[in-house]
Design a protein around this ligand. Structure first.
Ligand SMILES: Cc1ncc(COP(=O)(O)O)c(C=O)c1O
Length: 385
């Protein structure tokens, strides 16, 4: 059996080596390393793939979120709502800009931001919501957009884990319209990361911002370019955040494979779902009925068993697993705040104690999946209390 990894980027590379190598060689031969034609080509192809008017390539997903918030003209003290169960970058940029992160709980099944929690967190100072499409499925965007319209708020989607996920608007309960939009193109602005292990990952750091709004797009392009519209004339304080040409060429070679990659992840997830079905100690990821799932992560909730002991036993048998995320934002040392204490967000706190992400990537084969599922079930059986 091939060695099991959380993400197998080596095999993925071998399967598309010729295209990747050609893309990299073209950039090196042209010496257009920064803002070269490879960046423009990828930008245009990604706009087509997402069905969005503007893609702004930037240095990484954290920069994407920061630039998006900088473009909204918010003032220190303005409140921005984010889920407490997410990667730190979501709230980090809010804090860095002197805005006030307001954290809310998540839903037990989907692990995405709670719509009820958002409603309860709104105050006259609320200016934006940053829903995170955690682990690869969209947050409940239809009600989130309704709340935003009602209270005149911006919505910046953190789609760093969910590029390509589709969201469907309801016609009637239980009925789905054809695909309406793709993660990151529903709110005012969407942000993604091209970190190597992401569903569309480069071979270093990279990120992008999406919007259908011409004014915001122009503003964000300028912010990412030192606040500059006309060269060497700086209209406001910006940052330097660029996707370099080599990374763009790699992403452009991978982009046409996205539908196939998503199917491969969904197939592995279906294998996991079936193997764990009905096991009261192993809860598989719950589904938001209006989103599909592109499985950046396949995250179990382990019930009545010591999660860390299961993780250790799997490691002994050559199966890596990860805990995303062991500490919710409101319990992070750097984000201590008299407004929040342990116990305030019980779902996120319970998830932090019981989640375990299994290997998930485009190259998992049946032999590996069988070995992983058999060992997870065995570990849980041996260790349950
Ligand atoms: C939900 C979420 N937001 C933001 C980021 C930040 O992306 P990057 O690592 O490219 O800065 C990540 C990436 O790990 C993420 O998963």
């Amino acid at each position: 059996m091939k060695k099991i990894q959380m993400v197998d980027l080596q095999t993925q590379y071998q399967n598309i080596k010729a295209d990747i190598d050609r893309g990299i060689a073209e950039v090196i031969e042209s010496a257009a390393f920064i803002k070269g034609p490879a960046v423009n080509a990828f930008q245009q192809h990604l706009e087509e793939y997402l069905g969005v008017k503007h893609v702004i390539p930037v240095g990484n997903g954290t920069d994407a979120l920061q630039i998006a918030l900088m473009a909204l003209g918010l003032k220190p003290g303005d409140e921005v709502i984010t889920p407490t169960f997410t990667f730190i970058a979501t709230a980090e940029v809010v804090a860095l800009l002197g805005l006030t992160p307001v954290v809310v709980d998540v839903d037990w099944d989907t692990m995405n931001i709670s719509v009820k929690g958002i409603r309860e967190a709104i105050t006259p100072k609320t200016k934006a919501i940053v829903p995170v499409h955690l682990f690869g499925q969209c947050a409940d965007m239809e009600p989130i957009m309704e709340i935003a319209r009602e209270h005149n708020l911006f919505v910046v989607e953190d789609a760093c884990q969910a590029i390509g996920a589709k969201y469907y608007d309801t016609i009637e309960p239980g009925t789905l319209k054809p695909c309406k939009r793709i993660a990151g193109t529903i709110g005012d602005i969407g942000c993604t990361s091209f970190f190597p292990s992401k569903n569309l990952g480069c071979y270093g750091d990279g990120g992008a911002i999406f919007t259908n709004n011409d004014e915001l797009a122009a503003q964000m392009r300028a912010i990412a370019n030192h606040g500059c519209i006309v060269r060497y004339h700086h209209d406001f304080v910006g940052v330097n955040s660029r996707l370099d040409s080599i990374q763009a060429a790699i992403l452009d070679a991978k982009l046409p494979h996205m539908p196939k990659y998503i199917t491969a992840r969904q197939r592995a997830a279906a294998y996991y779902d079936k193997a764990f079905e009905g096991n009261e100690h192993i809860l598989t990821p719950g589904h938001c009925k209006q989103s599909n799932h592109v499985y950046h992560q396949y995250t179990l909730r382990l019930i009545g068993v010591d999660r860390d002991a299961v993780k250790a036993q799997l490691a002994e048998r050559g199966i890596p697993s990860m805990v995303y995320y062991p500490v919710p934002l409101h319990m992070q040392k750097a984000y201590q705040d008299p407004r929040y204490k342990k116990g305030d967000f019980p779902v996120a706190e319970r998830l932090a104690a019981c989640v375990l992400s299994l290997p998930m990537h485009t190259e998992l084969d049946d032999e590996q999946l069988e070995y992983i599922t058999k060992n997870v079930i065995e570990a849980v059986e041996t260790l349950k209390s």
